[in-house]
Every structure is written in structure tokens, then in C-alpha cells.
Design a binder for this molecule. Sequence first.
Ligand code: UT7
Length: 331
Amino acid sequence: MIKSKITGLGRYLPERVVTNNEISTMMDTNHGWIVERTGIEERRWFTPGKETVNSMAAEASKMAIKDAGISTEEIDFIIFATITPDYFLPGNGVLLQRELGLQGIGALDVRNACSGFIYALSIADQFIKTGMYGSILVVGAEIQSSALDKSDRGRSSAVIFADGAGAAIVQASNGEEGILSTHLHADGDYAEELYVRDPGSSRKTRISEELIEEGGFNLFMNGNAVFKHAIVKFHEVIMEALDANGYKPEQLDLLIPHQANLRISQFIQERLKLPDHKVYNNIMKLGNTTAATIPIAMSEAKDSGRLSSGNLVCLAAFGSGFAWGSALLRF
Ligand code: UT7
């Protein structure tokens, strides 16, 4: 049976490093609080006029294409996970397609926030397994910093979210290695616990002074509610992936959780009784880049030797929607 295999990985991080001390000059917060509650020491924010979601995605994609050892023309389809597209319409998939010179192939945008990359990977997996496509470019890229309320009102989310892009080449393979299963879930009852309300299409006007003042264009997060659900669902969906394939947590070589908050990752690590070297975290230096965290982490892990051919790897995410998911793969 045909399997889907991740054959190349890439990433792009904005050059601008924003430390906790710099954030403390914008709002009432401090390095100690941020590190204790989130584990984040610094993050990257884009520079307007220099980087866009599309330019970052293109750089990450070029690195992934090179890593896979394929030519750009071999890509049959693009899946772009982002909730911070460059335009309200059209989506970022077509912009990336144009940038890569792949006019004519299909391009799909996925809007499942922090779980976007897992959803996108699962879609790629289905297309490949059915034989519809042979090589798919899957991207997660975000600019969150321009949606953050950098006043005291928005401090609990402004310290967490950040910018960046990651990309993977997913290809058909007949070997043992590849994606073993993916598991997707959502519960729309919690849609407003983590959301950006505006520009909502069902209003009389999409933009007004009043709407701006209300803060609907900024990212709103009920951090406590997200945290409580995240620690339960992360564990559940990782176990679902392991159970579906007859594995136990101790057989995992590497868990790459969505980088939501270091405390969430540590909580899951403890519940699964995994040693430090089996859990990949980079939130300390990069913050939470929503759909981009997992492909960035995979690309870094591969380059640093922590992710190698043949490893049993679990990817898992939880976020806005609420939507959550996992993927188990033999890398
Ligand atoms: O990416 C996917 C989805 N996102 C997540 O998974 C994030 C999940 N949630 C979280 O990571 C945490 O809930 C936060 C980091 C957002 C907040 O941490 P917390 O430990 O849940 O803090 P809290 O909201 O319960 O607030 C505790 C205190 C409050 O003060 P009082 O009322 O106790 O006096 C907040 O006003 O901390 C205060 N606070 C801050 N203080 C300094 C909130 N944000 C800040 C801040 N700096 N940035």
C-alpha cells in the first residue's frame, strides 16, 4: 500500500528577536512572569516591509524542496495552513504557488489555527494514499505579532504568540517509513475561547472606529480555559495515535508537541513518562507560532540530529476551535 512520507523539511524565522525585556517596555509584564508561566525567553516578530507570510513560507518551502532533493516542478499540490493570511481573500496557497512558479497546480488553504499543520498533513496523507498526487508541499506560516493587543489588556496572549514559517514535502512511498495514521478532532462549543472576531462578514460594516476600540481585531484568548482543555486533549490524542498502531508511549523516539506553552508540553511529558530527550521544545526561543510550530520544530530537530530516519515520531496539537489532532509516523 502507498504511504505518505515526509521527505524534506524547511523553516524561516524572522530576523527580529524580541526579548521579554523588550515586551516589558510595551505592557505591564516582566521576564520572570513570562518565563515562569510560559517558558518563553524570546520570540521572533516580523519586520513590516521586509517579511510577509508568503515570503517566509516561500523561504521555508525552498529549504524543504532542497532537503527533499526534488525539483520545484515535481510538486503537484500545495496545502497552506495559516490563520494570518496576507490577504483576507484570496488565501495564501495561491500566493505561494505564484512565488514558486507553479501556476496551474491546486492550492488549498487550511484555517485550523494551532492544529492547522496536523490537519494539512492529514489532508496531504489522504491525497497521496489515494494516488491523486505524488508530491505535496505542506506549509504552516503565521504573522501573529500584528494581531496582538500590545497594551496591558492583551498581555496574557501578547507575550506568547510569534511569527515564523515551516514547510514539509510529503511524497508517496512504498517502504516501511511514512505516516502511520492521523487523528483529527474539534469542538465548536469553545469557538470564542480563542478567536479573532473581526473583520466579521455578517456585520453592517466590517470595520469602524467602534469595532477597533472594542478590540475585535486583536487575538482574544481565555488562557485558563485553553490550558485546561489542552492538557487533557493533548494526552488523549497522542494515546489515540499510539493505540491505533499498537505502540506504547515508551516506544516513541520523539514527541513534537505544538509549542503552545512550555508548561503544557512538560505536563504531557510527565503524564507519558517520557525523558527530556524524547520531547522536542523550542518555545523558549521562538514563542508560539500557531500553525508553524510543528514544521519549524521538525526541521530544527532533523538538522540537530534529534530526528532521524526510522524514528517513531508523534506530532500533536491543540488550539483555537477548539481543534486538536495527532499524527504518528515512522520518519
Ligand atoms: O496555542 C494554542 C493555544 N494557547 C495555549 O495553549 C495557551 C494556554 N494558556 C496559557 O498558556 C496560560 O493560560 C497563559 C500563559 C496565557 C496565562 O497563564 P496563567 O498561569 O493561566 O495566568 P492567568 O491568566 O491565570 O493569570 C494569572 C495572573 C493574573 O493576575 P491576578 O488576577 O492573579 O492578579 C493576570 O492578570 O497573571 C496576570 N497576568 C500577567 N502578569 C504579568 C496575565 N498575563 C500577564 C503577563 N504578565 N503577561
